[in-house]
Design a protein around this ligand. Structure first.
Ligand code: SF4
Length: 369
């Protein structure tokens, strides 16, 4: 079985480990580029949301690289994500490709479990157990590295040194085959980040919460690597989502994620009473929490035609004025340019710096109890 899946930030590290421990050959498509987006846009319906086009481009490249099985997280959500897997796979079959599908969340658990019966050596339950442990350990290791790099990047002495150390550290984790080696790779990778030369005399960095549609927040090819850009501008970014949360949210194995979600829904309830199927509660609650925690601003990222985030877009101006926190809304589609995004970011950061000079960073806004 040659399995592949579309990219979502650094999720490929944990997912590759899961599938290879289940005995499958894993085909990881190249990181999405403009070319991937163009290929996806060529085959996708024009007004579908941008992540669909990127995923479709990834899947197409995987099939061209020899994948015979495509795995995709799917589900019953109210937004279009619930249909991504089925519609994308149908488009690819119509284009002449032959392959098998694994639609996680749509296919029953028994079907997915048994799918790997021919590939797992020995007991299937033990095979899944081992694969899940590796998957979890790698997801946690990647999360730790991402957090660490976010903390040090605004202070790096030489621009790009944190990103280089992070890339090296991630590949150590990706290549580690056993639990012990994953732990050793994590220590080595954290060491690489600790060796980055820092300039601690810099002024306290601005703090910006980054939220919105999950793919737009987590996939650097879609958001023009916004986390790196912010860090290199001397800004500490705090994404409300993470790849780790995205992977473990549906599995419900980490109570912290479930509690966070419950809290977000409670905080967002006065503004948005229904589940729309995306990250709407995290967007609204994340903006309110950012204001209450004294952040300098909020960056709201969303794909053009994204239903839940366009609804949030109409609610955020009210929160912005009630809680007195600046919000930059960045709408992304296949025509967005890195220069356009960089210009808007620079203007926003300038505005926040001026605002910071007038107000101390320690303020805690409590416009609403
Ligand atoms: S959340 Fe938005 S961008 Fe993501 S699948 Fe749903 S509609 Fe599309």
């Amino acid at each position: 079985m040659k399995v592949s899946f579309p990219h979502m930030g650094n999720a490929y590290i944990a997912l590759s480990s899961l599938l290879s421990n289940l005995g499958a050959e894993v085909i990881v498509p190249p990181r999405p580029t403009r070319k991937t987006i163009d290929i996806g846009a060529l085959h996708a319906p024009e007004f579908v949301c941008l992540p669909f086009k990127v995923n479709l481009g990834d899947n197409l490249r995987s099939l061209q690289m020899g994948a015979d099985t495509l795995a995709m997280v799917s589900g019953m959500w109210a937004c279009r994500f619930g249909y991504y897997g089925r519609v994308q796979h149908q488009i690819l079959r119509d284009a002449g490709f032959e392959f098998d599908s694994i639609l996680l969340g749509r296919d029953g658990i028994g079907y997915v479990y048994n799918k790997f019966r021919p590939t797992v050596e020995g007991n299937l339950t033990l095979g899944w157990f081992r694969a899940f442990r590796h998957f979890k350990r790698k997801a946690e290791a990647v999360d730790k590295l991402e957090i660490k790099s976010r903390q040090i990047r605004p202070f790096e002495g030489r621009r790009g040194s944190t990103s280089r150390a992070l890339t090296e550290g991630l590949s150590l984790i990706h290549e580690a085959p056993s639990l012990e080696q994953i732990d050793a790779a994590l220590s080595g990778a954290l060491g690489l980040l600790e060796d980055v030369e820092l300039d601690r005399d810099r002024e306290e960095p601005l703090r910006i919460a980054v939220l919105g549609e999950i793919y737009a927040v987590l996939e650097p090819s879609l958001n023009f690597d916004i986390e790196r850009r912010l860090g290199e501008m001397g800004v500490m970014s705090y994404p409300v989502m993470s790849v780790y949360k995205w992977l473990f949210r549906p599995l419900k194995t980490d109570p912290r994620i479930t509690i966070d979600e419950y809290r977000a829904r409670r905080i967002a309830k006065p503004y948005i009473a229904y589940v729309l199927g995306g990250e709407e509660h995290q967007t609204i609650a994340g903006t309110i929490n950012a204001a209450r925690s004294g952040y300098d601003g909020v960056l709201h990222l969303y794909p053009f035609t994204c239903m839940p985030e366009n609804i949030c877009r109409t609610i955020l101006p009210r929160i912005e004025s009630e809680f007195d926190i600046p919000v930059l809304n960045l709408c992304l589609d296949e025509h967005a340019s890195p220069t356009g995004v960089a210009t808007r970011l620079e203007a926003f950061v300038d505005l926040l710096r001026q605002r910071r000079r007038k107000r101390p960073p320690a303020r805690i806004m409590k416009a609403r109890s």
